[in-house]
Each structure stands twice: as C-alpha cells, then as structure tokens.
Design a protein around this ligand. Structure first.
Ligand SMILES: *Cc1c(COP(=O)(O)O)cnc(C)c1O
Length: 345
C-alpha cells in the first residue's frame, strides 16, 4: 500500500447531523454537493438517509442524477443551480427538484415540466444566486400557484454571528416571503447556530456534517494517514526538497511520505504544517511537492510507518488555517488517489 489512507467515520457524520437537528424544531436536510464535500456523496448520502434525512441538496443536476442512483426514489433531491438549459430530461427522469434562480429558469421549468416540483431561490443580499425582490414580486403569484416546494435564500456572513449582514438578510427574507404558505429555508450550518429566528421551516447544513467550522462541537469525520516511504539522516547544513527550502539546523531524521499537492495537501502548507504520531506533532519541512511531503521525525521515540495529517489531533480547520484557507477547501481538495475506507453507517 503506497497511497495515503482516507478513513470516513459515517457514525460521526450521523452524530453531527443529529446534533444540528437537535438545535432546531424544524426539518434538517443535508447538503452533499461536490461529492459530499469530497468524502463520497453516495456513501455519505446513504448514511444520512439512514439517520433520517429526507431532503438533500446538490450544486448541479449531474450530481443530483448520481445521488438519485445511490439513494433510490424515496428522498427529495434539490439542485441549487436550478433548471439549466439542457437539464430538462435529467430533472424529469431523475426526479430532481430544481431551485430556480431567474425568471428565465422559472419560465423554462413551467413550460417544459409543468407539474414537476421546483423551488425558488431568492437573493437577500449575497448577489450570487436567486431572484431579486422586484423580480420575485412580478412572478411570486404564478410560482406559488404551481408545484413550488420551497422558497429559500442563503446567508453571506453566517460564520460571523455578530455581522450586521445576518440581520439585514433575515429582514429582507421576511419582507420577500412573509405570508406565503410554501416552506421557507434560510439557514446552512452557520444559520442554524444563529438561533431560531433563522430556522424557518427547514435547514440546509453542509460543512458541519463533515466536522467543519462554524460547528465548533462537530466530531471529526475525515481521517487521513500518510505512509512513510523512506527515512534518511541528514547532516546539519544539508537541505531538503525543492528550492532547498529547508535547511537542517542539527543532525536530523527526515521521513518522506506519500501524498502531495495532487492529493489536496495544498502547496501553501509548505513549511507551516504538522503531522501527528500518537498525539505528538511532527513538523512538515520543506516544500510540498506533487506526490510527496517531508517531515522531521528526529524527536519521535520510534520510526513511524504512517503519520496522521487529518483526524482528532488536527481537524480540517486546523490544517486549513496552516494553509491560509478554510476547512471546506481542505475537504473538497482531497484527491482521488487515496485508499478510502468507510466505517460505521
Ligand atoms: C453550500 C451551501 C449550503 C451549505 O452550507 P454550509 O456552510 O456548508 O453548511 C447551503 N445552502 C447553499 C445555497 C449552499 O450553497
């Protein structure tokens, strides 16, 4: 075995879903876009369906079609990209629920699949997807008289509870939707944590399910161990890796491990991250290269066969901070070369 080993704890995933579900009195759905945040949409989706999820969200129709094959007919699968040109057959055949974003998408949907369920995405200030207030005013009556299953919007700053944008978007969502009888949704992981005012009829957590911030109490779901290919002694003054980026300040033992930026170990981690061995931090030294990283194992009491880079010792957010990014990017960058194992579920 020469690749890294990615272990996904499906019981921890279900525990995180139940914990987020317990924070509200409303339906808790699950976002499994980008292949279940990099952890495998089919496996993750099946475990969540078993835990009680009835409604899933994906980014694009193609993801929805794949998820439908994994989950069968008894769950609802909603598509954030809405009803794109060319997607009608897939939406119809795979029983997907598009969250329409524009008047053009709404028209396309009602003309092509008149009885087929859909949802509406509203822009409350993020200016990314959804109808603006004037557009919504002009089509709301038509849309709500059809098979509209959900009206939703998305928060731009929910990870920062004190940000005034949260209240501003909440007020705008009320202004646009108060009085309608169709279920409403505003909250993703961050919105759940903002409190009941933000919960409406259903929530759409993603990252918190997978062990990421802003859900600080999440259990880790992804565990990544990298095998040591070789250990060598280097003398004081010798250098390691591309661009001679690290120089030994003492006689050192350097382990070379399988895994590099092609596997989602971002090059920005170069020289600034740790790996772990039995709870003890082991500094990554030198540049991250495509397939390999190097770590200084001089202070370990024994030579390790593997080192951990993600898990209980180092969360996705801790690793992300070392690379100047967010947990979401660490998860969704995990490459295709790892041997994957799913535990629990
Ligand atoms: C990605 C996404 C979510 C999930 O967000 P998390 O921060 O991962 O919980 C919910 N809604 C929309 C519209 C999204 O794009």
């Amino acid at each position: 075995m020469s690749t890294g080993f990615l272990s996904v704890d499906l019981d921890a995933l279900a525990t995180n879903w139940r914990a987020l579900d317990a924070m509200t009195d409303v339906e808790t759905c699950a976002v499994v876009k980008a292949d279940g945040y990099g952890l495998g949409a089919g496996k993750v989706g099946r475990a969540l369906a078993k835990a009680g999820v009835k409604r899933f969200f994906v980014a694009v129709a193609e993801e929805g079609a794949e998820l439908r094959q994994a989950l069968g007919p008894n769950v609802e699968i909603c598509v954030f990209a809405g009803h794109m040109r060319g997607d009608t057959d897939m939406i119809g055949d795979m029983m997907l629920t598009p969250m329409v974003n524009t008047v053009g998408q709404l028209t396309r949907h009602l003309e092509a699949l008149p009885e087929h369920p859909f949802g509406v995405q509203l822009d409350t200030g993020m200016n990314r997807l959804g109808l603006e207030i004037g557009e919504w005013a002009s089509v709301a009556e038509i849309a709500l008289a059809q098979n509209c299953r959900l009206v939703m919007s998305h928060l731009a700053c929910a990870g920062d509870p004190d940000h005034p944008m949260n209240r501003q978007q909440l007020d705008q969502f009320h202004l646009m939707t108060d009085g309608i009888s169709v279920p409403r949704s505003l909250a993703a992981t961050g919105g759940i944590l903002l409190g009941p005012e933000y919960h409406f009829d259903l929530t759409r957590p993603g990252v918190g399910l997978y062990g990421g911030m802003p859900f600080a109490d999440a259990q880790p779901v992804a565990y990544l161990d990298l095998p040591v290919i070789q250990v060598r002694d280097v003398e004081e003054g010798e250098t390691v890796g591309y661009a001679n980026a690290w120089t030994a300040k003492r006689p050192s033992k350097i382990a070379t491990l399988s895994g590099g930026y092609a596997d989602g170990l971002l090059r920005a981690l170069s020289g600034g991250a740790n790996l772990y061995h039995g709870g003890q931090a082991v500094p990554l030294v030198g540049r991250v290269s495509m397939d390999l990283i190097t770590a200084d194992v001089t202070d370990l009491p024994e030579l390790p066969g593997v080192l951990s880079i993600l898990g209980s010792d180092q969360t996705v957010d801790a690793l992300a901070a070392r690379a100047g990014t967010i947990g979401y990017e660490i998860l969704t960058s995990l490459g295709p070369r790892y041997a994957r194992r799913y535990a629990g579920g």
